[in-house]
Design a protein around this ligand. Structure first.
Ligand code: FPP
Length: 267
């Protein structure tokens, strides 16, 4: 089911971990808050942008691994609406890394049947990036494999504001009754309308925060925080996150099966 033929060394830790992953209990959608680039660089006495550059390598490996694991979707938090407050050089570097990534990886993305999408206010970005993004989307729109969703100029509250604006204007225009608004209807107005909600949210660098990421969509996601700094996150780290996810019992507010039968017997 997985596609690691000829990729993993015999007897390696990757191979050992891969065998522990249950193909029947795979998360469909993994979302990642990539954190710790700055600290990674500081530990080496280097400027922050060196950490971001090293972070791109971790992006590449995560995308490749997620596609080989046949995930439905991978969402990566690359630039938040709050990130504009960072020093100009850092913002410019992040944007050009993104452009570079799209240019250098598009062929690989296409070869792997990945569909590229974004979440966020793309229309506020520099024209040259908008062009690159539009090209990558158009080139991959009919791909049927994993969706690679990059959250860019993204804010969870902004997303909800944008959804409400569109929803209200549609309802006003068509005279629909607001009583028809349901959770599903709201989901359809979010940037992630076409994606399942993330089953697993990973945050690197040990910080216990959501940072305005996918506020609506992570209502029932399992959260996995790992101390690894983003540039050090690799295939092994992703395997470990999935193994931990598969140990969790997802109850969606209900009871675990054992508790359920105990509760029935007590009636
Ligand atoms: C957080 O680390 C990371 C970011 C704000 C940017 C993430 C961007 C990349 C990994 C590279 C470009 C992305 C793609 C998709 C090609 P931080 O700077 O907040 O780290 P710190 O908390 O240690 O300072």
């Amino acid at each position: 089911m997985f596609d690691f033929e000829g990729v993993l060394e015999r007897g390696s830790r990757d191979e050992f971990l891969l065998h522990q992953i249950n193909p029947e209990k795979m998360p469909q959608h993994i979302a990642i808050i990539m954190d710790g680039n700055g600290r990674w660089a500081a530990r080496r006495g280097r400027p922050r942008v060196v950490g971001h550059r090293a972070g791109v390598q971790a992006v590449r490996q995560s995308v490749e691994t997620a596609a080989r694991l046949k995930l439905k979707a991978l969402t990566l938090y690359a630039f938040s609406v709050e990130n504009w407050k960072r020093p100009h050089l850092e913002v410019v570097t992040l944007m050009s890394l993104l452009k570079e990534f799209l240019r250098s990886e598009l062929a690989e993305i296409k070869r792997n049947n990945i569909r590229f999408t974004t979440s966020g206010r793309i229309e506020e970005l520099d024209r040259s990036i908008q062009k690159e993004i539009a090209f990558a989307k158009q080139q991959t729109e009919s791909n049927t494999g994993m969706v690679l969703n990059i959250a860019l100029n993204y804010g969870g509250r902004n997303e909800i504001v944008d959804a409400f604006r569109q929803l209200c204007s549609d309802y006003q225009r068509t005279g629909r009754n607001p009583a028809e608004i349901s959770e599903n209807e709201i989901s359809r107005y979010l940037y992630t309308a076409e994606l399942p909600d993330p089953d697993l949210l990973i945050r690197t660098s040990g910080e216990m925060r959501i940072s305005n990421f996918l506020l609506w969509q992570i209502a029932y996601s399992e959260i996995y925080v790992v101390d690894t700094l983003w540039p050090d996150f690799n295939r092994i780290s992703l395997f470990e996150a999935i193994i931990e996810f598969q140990k969790r019992e997802r109850r969606y507010g209900g009871l675990a099966p054992v508790e359920q039968s105990a509760a029935r017997m007590a009636k």
